[in-house]
Design a protein around this ligand. Structure first.
Ligand SMILES: CC(C)(COP(=O)(O)OP(=O)(O)OC[C@H]1O[C@@H](n2cnc3c(N)ncnc32)[C@H](O)[C@@H]1OP(=O)(O)O)[C@@H](O)C(=O)NCCC(=O)NCCS
Length: 157
């Protein structure tokens, strides 16, 4: 399995993958336009034919903080380690960028906790809340759970 940077050729498939899970209430939807605008945030895993089977994005919030978002694995490829590999790729990039902390908002806190993330009060992430959540139709009734991952130290080998 290789985690790679997304290219413009992946955008349709990334948006389709995210919106498949969004239609089931598992994550927020993304338009194709938003996918292109944020394409440089995305990592993907592709199958042998070059099709996207999994994706995730690392989006910088501020000097010390970035969000792991749009994490999705194709339904027929679950539990193959792709989700974990994508989160770890985002962590590695975060360290390389000099970020101190990553966060995610998710309905799957247990998945992130297995990877060493810890639950946090979303109000400890005020830039996220007041820049983005504030404009979301679900605010303030969102049931997503905030998790954080501190990036001090060298991280996994
Ligand atoms: C969550 C998701 C990204 C995990 O991807 P994946 O490639 O299946 O993950 P991995 O193979 O790396 O790890 C799977 C492991 O995590 C565990 N896991 C998944 N969700 C979990 C949860 N909520 N609580 C605890 N463990 C969980 C699985 O049981 C599995 O364990 P196993 O390897 O012992 O069987 C994937 O299920 C998915 O795309 N879900 C729909 C979209 C979504 O919820 N995205 C997250 C929004 S931030």
């Amino acid at each position: 399995m290789r985690v790679e940077r997304a290219t413009v050729h992946d955008a349709d498939q990334i948006a389709a993958l995210i919106n498949f899970w969004a239609a089931q209430g598992q994550m927020l939807p993304r338009t194709l336009g938003e996918t292109y605008e944020n394409l440089r945030d995305f990592f993907v895993v592709r199958d042998g034919a070059g099709s996207v089977v999994a994706c995730a994005a690392l989006h910088i919030t501020w000097a010390d903080l970035a969000e792991v978002k749009s994490l999705a694995v194709r339904e027929d490829q679950q539990s193959g380690g792709f989700g974990s590999a994508l989160v770890q790729a985002a962590e590695a990039e975060g360290r390389g960028l000099g970020l101190k902390r990553l966060f995610a908002l998710t309905y799957r806190p247990g998945f992130f906790e297995r990877l060493g993330w810890a639950q946090a009060d979303v109000m400890t992430l005020p830039r996220k809340v007041w820049n983005e959540c504030y404009r979301c139709p679900k605010f303030p009734g969102c049931e997503e759970i905030a998790l954080v991952r501190d990036l001090e130290g060298p991280g996994p080998a």
